[in-house]
Design a protein around this ligand. Structure first.
Ligand code: MG
Ligand code: MG
Length: 282
């Protein structure tokens, strides 16, 4: 009998990861444009329209539009999820007008030549309160700490633990949302495994070389309890406090990490954490 160490995670070849990087750069570019365009007086539908234009210009396909029908949800009607203030994730763009002081999370994904990339940013409109600014920075830092904890031979729980402890380090008052998780990614936007934002190190699936993961903490100013709006998509905090969401797609490689949706591939933030940056040659 042959015993092999197995993982449920599909690993990608170098050329497949290079293809995912191309999708990741499209996502990075469009999220930068959306962040710049997210000014007071703009509607979330206008931001979504801008994203649609740029997807078409890039020859890409939205990962979000129509999503959900295969598991009984109304098909998602937009190419971005835009979640404002107490909305955590999956906000539907519409007539809402962004106002000074709003905290806006934009989640965005495309496929290019059949390979997906998924990322999210949070930004303030006009002048953000210190409390909201700290919330976003706490979430962004937790995402990078989670990314930095991914390594070949490590486990998914190492990432979960790193995200959770990163948030706790910055303050006891934050809620780390546990009902929604990161995920594997590749030919589909969502692949096994789930990547929870809370958990214990040393637990969960083993990470093999070529594993691609989307790591995406959602953090609130109150409790982690969530509720769904009647549109069946928008997830809000049950206590009405604000929430932030950051996400990147990363390839875990034998020599280090390549953050496929970061413009610099993660070089700066990984370097600051002493983690090897390992881009592949196209
Ligand atoms: Mg996403
Ligand atoms: Mg995701």
């Amino acid at each position: 009998m042959i015993r092999r160490r197995r993982t449920s995670i599909e690993v990608k070849s170098a050329s497949q990861i290079v293809a995912m990087r191309a999708a990741g750069l499209v996502v990075a570019d469009i999220l930068t444009r959306l962040t710049e365009a997210g000014q007071a007086g703009v509607t979330t539908a206008e931001l979504d329209a801008l994203a649609r234009e740029r997807i078409a210009a890039a020859g890409a396909v939205s990962s979000f539009l129509g999503y959900g029908s295969s598991f009984g949800l109304p098909p998602f009607p937009a190419v971005t999820c835009i979640s404002v203030n107490d909305e955590i994730v999956h906000g539907i763009p519409g007539e809402r007008v962004l106002a000074d002081g709003d905290l806006v999370s934009v989640d965005f994904g495309v496929s290019l030549n059949g390979w997906h990339a998924d990322s999210a940013v949070t930004f303030g409109v006009g002048t953000l309160s210190a409390e909201l600014s700290d919330l976003s920075e706490t979430t962004r830092t937790a995402m990078w700490d989670g990314l930095a904890a991914a390594k070949v031979g490590g486990r998914i729980g190492d990432i979960s633990h790193a995200v959770e402890t990163s948030v706790r380090r910055r303050g006891a008052g934050y809620g780390v949302v546990a009902e929604y998780t990161g995920h594997g990614i590749g030919r589909a936007m969502h692949e096994p495994p789930d990547v929870p934002n809370v958990g214990r190190a040393g637990r969960g699936e083993v990470i093999g070389p070529g594993t691609c993961l989307a790591i995406e903490p959602m953090v609130t100013l109150g409790t982690a309890a969530t509720a769904n709006l009647d549109d069946e998509w928008t997830v809000v905090t049950r206590d009405g406090t604000a929430s932030a969401h950051w996400e990147h797609t990363v390839a875990v490689l034998p020599d280090g990490l390549w953050v496929l949706t970061a413009a610099d591939g993660g070089e700066a933030e990984l370097g600051a954490r002493g983690v090897q940056f390992a881009p592949l040659a196209g």
